[in-house]
Design a protein around this ligand. Structure first.
Ligand code: FES
Length: 141
């Protein structure tokens, strides 16, 4: 079996939603301290719905594929739904990632949360801190 699924290769070679939103309502930037890769996600929000999303990822192919898939998964969705998306769900939507590459999908989950938190902070919207745990080094291993 190939190391990477066709979906991973598709989203890596033809990533969706690449770029930045100059008028973003929320921006989330996260990095993996171990490999140095960085992911930045921009969201536009209207009436609680993520109406547009873009990303810039300076990282490995799995991180790029994960960002691409994650942006597709949250586009047009309510914030409440985007907050339930886990790195495992992103990896599953990509038909899996090699075990040693699962940590790359963690960046996508964290970047989405960081962008939503930024939106909440900028608009003084109250939120449950439990939805925004501090990124843990362990999750990256
Ligand atoms: Fe760093 Fe994939 S190796 S995110």
């Amino acid at each position: 079996m190939a190391l990477y699924s066709e979906k991973v290769m598709d989203h890596f070679t033809n990533p969706r939603n690449v770029g930045k939103l100059d008028d973003a309502d929320g921006i989330g930037e996260v990095g993996n301290a171990r490999c140095g890769d960085i992911m930045k996600i921009y969201i536009k929000v209207k009436d609680g719905i993520i109406t547009d999303v873009k990303f810039n990822t300076f990282g490995c192919g799995s991180a790029i594929a994960s960002s691409s898939m994650a942006t597709e998964m949250i586009k047009g969705k309510p914030i409440s739904e985007a907050l339930t998306i886990t790195n495992k769900a992103v990896a599953e939507a990509l038909d899996g990632l090699p075990a040693h590459k699962m940590h790359c999908s963690v960046l996508a989950e964290e970047a989405i949360r960081a962008a939503i938190k930024d939106y909440y902070d900028k608009n003084s919207i109250a939120y449950d801190p439990a939805d925004f745990p501090e990124p843990s080094e362990e999750e990256h291993s």
